[in-house]
Structure formats: C-alpha cells, structure tokens
Design a protein around this ligand. Sequence first.
Ligand code: NAD
Length: 736
Amino acid sequence: MTETHFRVEIDSDGIALATWDMPGRSMNVVTTEVIAELSDIVERVAGDAAIKGCVVTSGKESFSGGADLTMLQGLGLEYARLAREEGEEEAMRFFFEESRKLSLVYRRLETCGKPFAAAVHGTCLGGAFELALACHYRVLSSEDATRVGLPEIKVGLFPGAGGTQRVPRLMQTGDALQMLFRGEQIRALMAKNMGLAHEVAKRDEIVEKAKSWIRAGGSPVAPWDQPKFKAPSGKVYSPGGMMIWPPANAIYRRETHDNYPAAKAILQSVYEGLQLPMDLALRVESRYFAQILRSKEAAAMIRTLFLSKGELEKGARRPAGEAATSLKTVGIVGAGFMGAGVAYVTAQAGLDVILVDRDQEAADKGKSYSHKLMTDQINKGRAKSAEREALLGRITATPDYGALAACDLVIEAVFEDPKVKAEVIARVEAAIRPDCIFASNTSTLPISGLAQASRRPEAFIGIHFFSPVEKMLLVEIINGSQTGERALATALDYVRAIRKTPIVVGDARGFFANRCVGAYLLEGHLMLAEGIPPAMIENLARMAGMPVGPLSLNDEVGIDLALRVVRATKAQVGEGAVNPDQEQILSVMVEREGRLGRKNAKGFYDYPDKGQGPKRLWPDLGSVGGFPQAPDEIDRGEVKHRLLVVQALEAARTVEEGVVTDPREADVGSVLGFGFAPFTGGALSYIDGMGATAFVALARRLEAKHGPRFAPPRILVDMAERGTTFYRSEPARTAA
Ligand code: NAD
C-alpha cells in the first residue's frame, strides 16, 4: 500500500508512526482521500500482528485545521442534485452514509484492538481534533502555538465525527456543552486540565512520549468501551442530570434565541447520546450532523464566514497585474483614538510604525495605548513583557513629519475636518517618497474630494477602520475616482499583513457599513418615537440575531455623533434626507438631557460606576419617546423584521448603486462590520435565504405601514421577477 497524504514508518519496536503531511499544502485538512487513506492505515495496523500500535502526528508546522469545508459544501451540492434526479429518499440515504464516513473510520480506529496515540503540535481543530479524541492517548506540545478545539459552531456546523459524544464522556456535561457551544481554541495545559489530553511535553518529545505509552502497554480500549464506564456527570436521568439539563436548555435559548440549529443539535446530540452506548450514540450524532449540513444556516454561514471571508483575505479583489508590495514601515498621522489603535495593530503585525501628532506629548499618548493593550495581555498571561518591549520598539512617536520619509504607506487619522485633512495631506506629501501610498481613515468625507488636496491622487485611497481597531475584524477600502491599482494593491496587502478582512467599496456617503448601521440606528430611534418600550426594542433586536440592540449600539458610537451626522446630512443633502422624529429624539437626548452615550456614562442606558452593577436602560427614557404602546399589542415578529429588513434594504441599495460590487463583500462586511445576524450569512444572504419574492412582499407590507424607507429598490424587484439571487444571476432550474 502506498500513501500520499501520510508517511508510515514502523520502528524496531513494531510501533507505526503515521505522519500526516499532505503534498502541496501548507496545512493538513480532512478530505475524502485523507479519510480513505486513514482507513487503510487503521486496517493495516489492526491486521498486521507485527505492529503493536500506532502514533499519529503531523509533518507540517501545525497538526491540522480540520475538515475541508469545500468538501462538505460539495456534499451539499451532490445531495441537491440527487434529490432533483432521484428523489429525496435516495438523496438522504446517500447524504447520511457519506457524511458519517469519517465518524466510522475514527470509531474503527478506536475499536480495532491496537492502541493509537496522537502526538499533536500546533493547531488541531474540528475534524482533526476529533481524530485525536478517537485515539486512546493524546500528547500535546507545550508550545504556545498548540491549540485544540471544536470550532464548528462558528460556521453554523456541528462536530460530526464523534466530538459531541467523546467530549461529554471526558468531562462534566456543563463544561462539555460550554466547550462545544463556544468553539474556542484551547491551549495545551488547559486542555490537559480539562481532561482533553493525557500529557503535555516539549515539541520534540511528543512522538517519543506517545510511543512510550504504547511500549508500556497502553490500552486499546477507550474508557467508554470499558464495561464499568460512568460518564463524569453520571446519568442523564438522575438527580445530578436534572441539575444540568433544564438550565442547559435555558442557557441555549438565552445565548442563541433559537436562531442556530447547530447549537440546538449539539444540545440534543449530547443529551440523547449520553443515554446510549457509543456506537448508537455516534449514529445519533451522525443523524444530527446530516441534518445540520443540509440546513440553510450552515450553508449560508460556511459560504460567508469561511469561504468568502477566506477569499477576500487572500486577495480576491487585488488587481491581478500588481506585484506584491514589500511593506516595512507604515506612517500614521493623528495619534488619537483611531490612530493609536491603528499603530498597535500595525506594530503587532511586525511592521515599523512612525506615529505623528501635533506635538511630542500627543504622539507619546498615542503610543502609550499600545503599552496599555500589551500590559493587559501580559496580565492575562497572553503575552510576555519582552514582546511588549519589542512591539513598543517598533513604534516611533514623533511630531516630525520628516520621519515619514521612511514609509511605504501613510495613514492619516486626524480630525474629521476637510481643512485639517488638506493641510496634513500637503505636509505628508512634502515628506514622503514618490512611491509611498497615502490613505485616509475618514469615516464620512468622500475620498475623491479629499484627494483634490493631493498632488498624486492615483496614490490616494481610503482605509476605513472600525473602532475599537484592535477588536474589529473588518476594514473598508475605498477607491476614489482617480485611485490607481498600485494604491489598491498596497492597501489590500497592508490589511492582509495586519490579519483583518478587507472589502473594497465605492466612494459614496457612509461607504457600506455605516450606511447599514445608520439604518439600524434610525429604526431604533423611530421605534422609540412610536412608543415601543425600549426594553422590547433591545431584546427583540437580539432575538432577531443582532449582537446588541440599536440603543445600546448608539450609546457606544455616541448619541452626539449620531446627531452631528443627522445635522450634517441635512445641511449637505437637504431637509428631506433626514427623519424629523429621529432628529427630535437625538436632540432631546443630547441638547436637553446632556446624554451622550457611554462616553459620559449617560445615554439610552445608565452606566453605574465599576462594581455597581451592569448598565441599565435609563428609567426616564419613556419621556423622550412617544406615547407608550401596550407591550402585549406590539407585533414582535414585525419589530424583528423591521430591524433586519432596513439593514438588508440598505445593503441592497449599495449594490444597486455600485458602492458594493461583489455580494461576498456585503455579506462578510455586514457580519464582521456590524454583527448582522450571523446565522443568515449576512445582509444579502438574508434576502436570498428568504427569496427575493418573499422579501419584496415583506418590504412592501412594511412600506405601507411605516413609510418609504422600506420601499424595495429596483434591483430586488427585478430579482423577484426573474427568480434570481445575489449569487446566481440565472433563474434556478426547477425539479423535474
Ligand atoms: P481623535 O480626535 O481622537 O484623534 C485625532 C488626532 O489627530 C488627535 O490626536 C489630534 O491631535 C491629531 N491631529 C489633529 N491635527 C493634526 C495635525 N495637523 N497633525 C498631526 N496630528 C493632528 O479622532 P479619532 O476618533 O481618532 O478620528 C480620527 C479619524 O478617524 C477621523 O477622520 C474619523 O472620522 C476617523 N474614524 C473615526 C472612527 C471612530 O469611531 N472614532 C471610526 C472610523 C474612522
């Protein structure tokens, strides 16, 4: 037998070492071929009396990131084809059998009669960690890079190769559920403490430790296959079980609002599986896995959060002809709130930073933010002081524009004032090299307008960060009318270097994300004006899938900023461009009540001092809004729809206007930029998932009741008429 993806060597003690090392890939992934090869290896180990046992390890820098999601997507497509051509029953049979192949191979490994041990260094996630869990012994490398976990839930999936059965047999049910729900990556020592690994050793010793365990007579029988096995939390139907399961249901509802079928399936799979012997339990798990794989939510989330996100990060929008840029030094002008954050993420990516502000003190203050963030990391045990010193060593804080001569890219984050920006552009351009690219972090000023102050508009571009910079994953790149390809390529290379996700958007007011966020905030304000109780607005927003309600979000952004934007829009676009009810609410909050948001601890919420409890809705908020409506008479479904539909309509308008040209960018941008209900796959996938016809009908109903902001744009009406979607410009073929 010859392997392609594994190398198998048998040592003089008869211990096989299977080294997973897929040719032509930097990372191992579980593919159909890998599953077949692993199955062959298991049979060989099981069938050869001269082989005592087997250690599985990786020949790459990391163990493996898990299953190839494109393989799972392919399964879904094959299912759809079979359902069309041979009927639902045949398609289901195929799907169930195919989707449980990996689980069966792992179970065979676990029960083949020979001991298997996993020697893991680096990332070992999802289907790869399920392989390790099926091995009888797990040794993890002690290095920082080692991380294990089951992150499937993050893309709407569910660990379908034993994860939902082996984890709750290794640890207390509550802890197991938490691990499966959160999908976090766990470091080696923590994994050992949780019972997920047996041993932690130096990287170059893990294989030897695994072999020693086999040599010493390691048992080829998993704990749960031993006759007297008891799950750590005991039986489901027991007094102990009754302490766990009712609250688990409540926590599931609180955390997901029943929007994530994968989370529910995890709960069901663990609950049912723990009452069954392992083989049957795995069969139950496989049924849930097949069901989740076919769910609309998993398809949408895999596409947006895995495939599209990955494609955008790898440069889907990068101009093909531009050679790779070699960014070494980045200048940041304006070391305020945003500039300080940009300096931190840039230095963290290993780039040198020249941080300029009006005087030394202001520049130093910006740099001190990096000191603070690194110190927080050190206090949490996530960084060492040497790393902080190295990072700070990469940031030069200075008032001297001349220092920018060293830069390959300069990003300005000075006051949002065209005059100040024009002055800064002139001073920067006098200092930089001709090949240096200039970027503005403006959030409201058109890039083409700012570029008028530039002598080199082809090298001028927008790089729009979101706050807080160190946490937000999305960056909008804005092409001005004269921006050249070199500038675009440089901006994309920079965003890649700092490991964020770029979307390239057109130069229109609010670009993409802030337009949708603006629509969401407006809807919250108008609901308040209508007399919908604030707590209902906030809770229904979260139940619709948003991470925070619109009032809470506005507190973070600043109510005064919202008022300023409304007033500026009125001045620039005209009276008709703003809603008077919204302006009234904002003006009362800011100008009458002095409530600016979290920044002065007084907004739609009150923010008690530290230790004095969580934020609470301001009790007098009713006096700001309209005559209170009776909660029982409010159509909760409609409130939820309004909050998502306004954002989706705005996203569709950006496509119609050409601000966004690729649906992947609107979807990824909406989930990463403002947390648009992730289970939908993003603002456009939300429309596609409902179908344009149903969405247009819904929008028209809302338009009739709440006004023209719900009028569906032409693009959606056309899609409804032609039966197309944002991702498919041809009408779907109907089943024969
Ligand atoms: P800020 O007021 O916190 O910081 C601005 C900094 O620029 C100050 O430190 C100021 O001293 C400095 N500055 C002003 N004139 C200067 C000059 N001539 N030379 C050097 N430095 C000068 O403002 P901010 O919130 O960081 O916003 C900066 C930019 O980022 C704005 O264009 C804003 O629209 C944009 N932005 C802000 C956010 C946000 O959430 N605050 C989000 C995205 C983009």
